[in-house]
Design a protein around this ligand. Structure first.
Ligand code: ADP
Ligand code: MG
Length: 469
């Protein structure tokens, strides 16, 4: 059914055949994974360079995002190469209702545009879960937050209001919060620059420019997200510029977000940039540890309150991800969600080394130089022997096992040949190396303590230890 929706679009760009994408996913991931996670994904819409898909819960969205999204994107790209990202809609009943309610309200306030309901308002999505109350504050975002609050309390005080910052810093959250707080009393329009361009092109094709103009100029609060993607032709920039001016002149509030300051925008007319700079420009900077910790903590508190199964995430883990996952708040939230998903699926609290595995792609833990010298140092320290002792010919029991362990780990963790490894161990013969590797392999099968030691050693050898808790 959803497929039909996208097929009815009037433009003539080749459409993605969702059935084929599904088949590919089934082949790639196997039927188990496909049936558990991917089968129910629906293609809702397809835009110039992204697709909108729906899943039934946040949990599934997060799970898919963390495990399969890159590969799904690859599959979709193989059908249409221009697609560069995937966006989700949560279609579970509660959320769907929330979204509809908001749209309906806009509609009631805005009778003139009811006839274009389907094409426009569908994308005027305000998420009730991204509000001012749950936007946590730190040094990096306090200014932007305060300005946003001011904007929502006193319309057109700062006009336009331009907020910028890197990916996943909270810009959309903040814009959404402004929209949410004003939508009851005002006509609010919240859309991405991409969506604006898409509608523009569509309106030209279907000779609907009058409606387009009327629609966008007839709003009190105009929030436009990710303006850096605005890269249309002159005619569109012209239209945007005029819309923008009309809105400012009639005292409507214009709010713009971007990943860079106005003067760094490319492909946007100078006069538009200069109007952006004419209002209030604030940035959201990289978060610091305190803010990240606050965010993870609050997610964890929510979880404690709402999760009937009472999953526990250790304080160490919370501190660890707040330290390590520092590229963006989006990644941080994603990391936390992954850990929660893991706990739900396996019914346990993940340990530090499990967390490292779950978040491997987000962490920069593999920085350690793995060489034999290092391995020897770490193994010696672990077994409390000196390097001289390890390399000596002595065969006391308390030296033999650490030596064999170090040889074994050298074989496992480096690409050195047996004779080369022998050379690092005071010129031992390669047969000694083989013997050591075999001995440890045999012992590992029966000696649980040794297994634990080896795991722990591997962890120390492969990952930076500063943050080991
Ligand atoms: P951007 O638009 O800058 O790329 P988003 O607004 O989409 O980033 O934020 C990414 C994620 O991080 C969202 O889930 C958002 O709710 C969350 N987030 C960002 N900043 C904060 C904050 N200060 N407090 C709570 N959550 C935040
Ligand atoms: Mg955003």
């Amino acid at each position: 059914m959803k497929n039909n929706l996208s097929n009815t679009k009037s433009d003539n760009i080749k459409k993605i055949d969702w059935k084929s994408v599904q088949n590919e996913m089934k082949m790639k991931f196997g039927t188990d994974i496909y049936d558990s996670w991917l089968k129910k994904i629906d293609l809702v819409d397809e835009l110039n360079n992204y697709v909108l898909i729906s899943v039934s819960t946040r949990f599934i969205r997060d799970w898919i995002t963390s495990r399969y999204l890159d590969q799904i994107l690859k599959i979709i790209k193989s059908f249409k190469k221009d697609i560069s990202r995937i966006e989700f809609i949560i279609s579970d009943n509660n959320n769907a209702k929330n979204i509809e309610v908001i749209e309906d309200k806009t509609l009631v306030n805005n009778e003139k545009v009811s006839f274009i309901k389907d094409s426009y308002l569908q994308y005027n999505r305000i998420d009730p879960n991204k509000n001012f109350e749950n936007f946590l504050l730190g040094k990096s975002n306090k200014l932007a937050f305060e300005a946003a609050k001011k904007v929502s309390e006193q319309i057109a005080y700062y006009n336009p209001f331009y907020v910028y910052g890197g990916v996943g810093m909270g810009k959309t959250h903040l814009l959404n919060a402004i929209g949410l707080s004003l939508k009851d009393k005002n006509k609010v329009m919240f859309l991405s620059a991409e969506r604006f361009m898409y509608q523009f092109v569509k309106s030209i094709k279907s000779n609907d420019m009058v409606k387009f103009k009327e629609y966008f100029r007839n709003t009190d609060i105009f929030l436009i997200d990710d303006i850096q993607f605005m890269n249309g032709k002159e005619a569109m920039q012209e239209e945007f510029f005029h819309t923008f001016n009309v809105l400012l002149e009639k005292g409507s509030q214009v709010i713009v977000s971007a990943d860079r300051p106005p003067n760094k925008l490319t492909r946007i007319q100078e006069r538009i940039k200069s109007r952006f700079s004419g209002g209030l420009v604030v940035d959201i900077q990289n978060s610091d540890y305190d803010l990240r910790y606050k965010i993870v903590k609050s997610k964890n508190d929510d979880l404690k309150m709402h999760d009937p199964n009472n999953i526990k995430i250790n304080e160490e883990v919370i501190k660890f991800i707040s330290t390590e996952v520092n590229a963006s708040i989006r990644e941080l939230v994603g990391a936390f969600n992954r850990i929660v998903s893991f706990s739900r699926i396996y019914g346990k609290t993940p340990s530090m080394s499990e967390v490292k595995v779950i978040l491997k792609d987000l962490l920069c833990l593999t920085e350690n130089k793995v060489d034999i010298d290092n391995i020897q140092t770490i193994v010696c320290k672990y077994f409390k022997i000196s390097k001289n002792e390890m390399l000596s010919p002595r065969r006391s029991r308390y030296l033999v096992r650490p030596r064999q362990t170090a040889i074994y780990l050298s074989k496992m963790l480096t690409s050195k040949s047996l004779p080369e490894i022998g050379r690092y161990f005071a010129n031992r013969d390669h047969t000694t190396v083989i013997h050591s590797v075999k001995t440890i392999e045999k012992l590992k099968k029966v000696d649980n303590e040794l297994n634990l030691s080896i795991d722990s050693l591997k962890n120390k050898i492969l990952y930076k230890q500063e943050n080991e808790i």
